[in-house]
Design a protein around this ligand. Structure first.
Ligand SMILES: [Zn+2]
Ligand SMILES: [Zn+2]
Length: 227
C-alpha cells in the first residue's frame, strides 16, 4: 500500500525482492520513481488505483539506476501506455545502444527487451512534476549512474540503492560498482539538507535523515578504508 509522505508524494515499501516505488501525483504528470521487477505489476496497479491513479495513467518513470529490481516493472507499464523514461546518461546510453548488461537481467534469468530512455539525466538537472521539483545528483558507487533525487523545499531525499536505513548502503560488487565512489557519494549526501529519506529497499526514514546519512557514511568509510 502507498503511504503518503508529503502532499502529492506517496511511497510503497516492497515486501519482496522488488525495489520500493514512489508515486508523484503531479496532475497531468503521473510519475513513478522506480518500478520493481514487474512481477507484481497487478498489485502495483491496484495500489495505484487506491491513491487515484493507475498503471495506464503513468506519464513519466524516473529510475534511480537500471538494475532489474528497479527497471523490470517498466515492461508491463509500456504494454499499457507510453511513459517517458528517465535515467542517468551513463546507464541510459548503454540501454539505448542495446547493452542491457548493467541491468543484471541475465544474472536473474529475466528477458529484458531493448527500450528507449528519452530522459538522459545529468547532475544538476531538475525534473518538475506538478508542485514537486526533483533535483538530480549522480551518486555512483552502487552503480555508475545511480542517482539521488532531492526535493529541497520539503527536505526529502530519494536515495535509490546508495543509502539505506540503519547505517546501511548499497552493495558495490556489481558491474561498475566502486567502494571508493560509494564512500564519496555517501559523504556528499551528508552535506545536503533533508529530514526524510526514501531508499530503494527497506523502510522509509521519516526523520533525522541527515543523521542516518552520517551513520551510513561512517560505516562505509570504516568498511572500505583500504580501497
Ligand atoms: Zn535495488
Ligand atoms: Zn541496485
Amino acid at each position: 500500500m502507498f503511504q503518503q509522505v508529503s502532499p502529492n508524494l506517496y511511497f510503497l515499501v516492497s515486501s519482496s525482492f522488488d525495489s520500493n516505488i514512489a508515486y508523484i501525483d503531479g496532475g497531468e504528470k503521473q510519475v513513478l520513481i522506480d518500478t520493481g521487477t514487474g512481477i507484481y505489476s497487478e498489485n502495483l496497479n491496484r495500489d495505484l488505483e487506491k491513491v487515484g491513479s493507475s498503471i495506464k495513467s503513468i506519464t513519466d518513470i524516473v529510475l534511480t539506476h537500471s538494475h532489474i529490481d528497479h527497471i523490470g516493472g517498466v515492461l508491463p507499464i509500456l504494454k499499457a501506455c507510453n511513459p517517458n523514461l528517465h535515467l542517468h546518461r551513463s546507464e541510459g546510453d548503454m540501454i539505448n545502444s542495446g547493452d542491457m548488461r548493467l541491468t543484471l537481467s541475465n544474472t536473474f534469468g529475466v528477458e529484458l527487451p531493448a527500450m528507449k530512455i528519452q530522459g538522459l539525466l545529468e547532475e544538476g538537472n531538475v525534473l518538475s512534476f506538478g508542485d514537486i521539483d526533483l533535483k538530480i545528483y549522480n551518486t555512483p558507487g552502487h552503480s555508475v549512474g545511480s542517482i539521488c533525487l532531492h526535493i529541497e523545499d520539503r527536505g526529502i531525499l530519494i536515495t535509490g540503492d546508495t543509502m539505506f536505513p540503519g547505517g546501511s548502503f548499497g552493495r558495490v560488487d556489481f558491474p561498475t560498482g566502486s567502494p571508493a565512489q560509494l564512500v564519496e557519494s555517501l559523504g556528499r549526501i551528508t552535506e545536503w539538507e533533508f529530514e526524510i529519506a526514501l531508499p530503494g529497499h527497506m523502510n522509509a526514514i521519516l526523520g533525522n535523515g541527515k543523521r542516518y546519512a552520517q551513520m551510513s557514511y561512517e560505516m562505509a568509510r570504516s568498511m572500505f578504508m583500504h580501497y
